[in-house]
Design a protein around this ligand. Structure first.
Ligand SMILES: NC(=O)c1ccc[n+]([C@@H]2O[C@H](COP(=O)([O-])OP(=O)(O)OC[C@H]3O[C@@H](n4cnc5c(N)ncnc54)[C@H](OP(=O)(O)O)[C@@H]3O)[C@@H](O)[C@H]2O)c1
Length: 283
């Protein structure tokens, strides 16, 4: 079995590459330098050369505010990229797994979103990722794995940001956006199963539990046995950003069990393991 992983230098793509290789799967791991989704010819060329049986698209412009400022780039990478990957997948009979986001939802619900709930993105990021989801269907054999608030890139994620905050002054952290932190290593396991099993359709793949950004920051400090007195809960309105975010985007994984894939564990359990492995500290 040969799996092509795009965005292989990112937090999900790198964990997925490691997970698959440990499982004995042949991986063609492409960073942006090797497969640039903004280059219209690249997906077809790389897929024709490497002839994978499964493609997992972990590449995206993930900076939500940058997408708002650079919508053409966001559309090229997050929507057109998956469309071209889907065409390429179809041409070699590969199964395409497209990684997507809770930001395809508007956030008006107060119960976890089901896979078939209506979408309603608020931002350019969410809208272009939704276009990417729809484009994935062009592969013929496809799955979409939506996730939320990913952590797991040592030195460069929310966990590292929280642990690096100065303790001699107060930092405000948003306390009115609720979702579920998801450990990239756990997500990689579920994405691998979706891909290797050629499962079809939309799946929610998020850590169990739910919290606000402020709540997660407190959890991180508690797990690291540190004091949280320097954190202050603030509202989204107190921290104006270019892109609007949904206030509630918890993903319910109603479909995973139907295909025999175990749900992701609680984000706090994953956080403990991540901190134990020393991941958040370096970099
Ligand atoms: N991070 C989150 O909280 C979150 C939440 C929900 C869903 N997701 C989804 O999860 C997936 C993986 O995200 P992540 O957390 O691993 O983000 P990440 O660490 O930012 O990784 C994304 C990767 O995509 C690459 N990339 C950017 N532009 C590209 C292009 N034109 N062609 C090819 N590759 C390109 C980046 O490479 P460079 O660094 O070289 O630019 C980076 O390695 C994405 O689909 C994202 O939308 C993420």
């Amino acid at each position: 079995m040969r799996v092509l992983v795009t965005g292989a230098g990112g937090q999900v793509g790198s964990r997925l590459t490691t997970h698959l290789r440990r499982a004995g799967v042949e991986v063609v791991a492409c960073t942006r330098a090797e497969l640039d989704l903004a280059d219209p010819g690249a997906p077809g060329r790389v897929v024709a050369e490497t002839r994978p049986e499964v493609i997992v698209n972990c590449a995206a412009i993930t900076d939500v505010d940058r997408c708002e400022r650079e919508p053409d780039l966001a559309r090229a990478v997050n929507a057109e990229g998956p469309r071209r990957l889907a065409e390429a997948a179809r041409s070699v009979g590969a199964h395409l797994v497209q990684v997507s986001t809770d930001y395809v939802f508007s956030g008006e619900q107060r119960r976890p979103y089901r896979e078939d709930d209506p979408t309603g993105p608020l931002s350019v990021y969410g809208a272009t990722k939704l276009e990417g989801e729809r484009a994935a269907a062009g592969a013929g054999s496809w799955a979409v794995g939506r996730t939320s608030w990913v952590f797991g890139r040592p030195g460069h994620d929310f966990v590292a940001w929280v642990l690096g905050l100065p303790t001699d002054r107060v930092t405000g952290v948003v306390d009115d956006q609720t979702s579920a932190p998801t450990f990239a290593g756990d997500l990689a396991r579920a994405l691998a199963e979706l891909g290797l099993g050629r499962h079809q359709g939309v799946f929610h793949l998020a850590g169990a539990g739910a919290c606000t950004r402020y709540g997660f920051a407190r959890d991180i400090l508690a797990a690291a046995r540190r004091d949280a007195a320097h954190l202050r809960p603030i509202t989204t309105a107190e921290l104006p950003r270019p892109a609007p975010r949904p206030v509630f985007s918890v993903l319910g994984d109603h479909r995973l069990a139907t295909v025999g894939i175990a749900p992701l564990r609680h984000y706090r359990d994953a956080l403990d393991e991540y901190l134990t492995e020393g991941g958040a500290a370096d970099g």
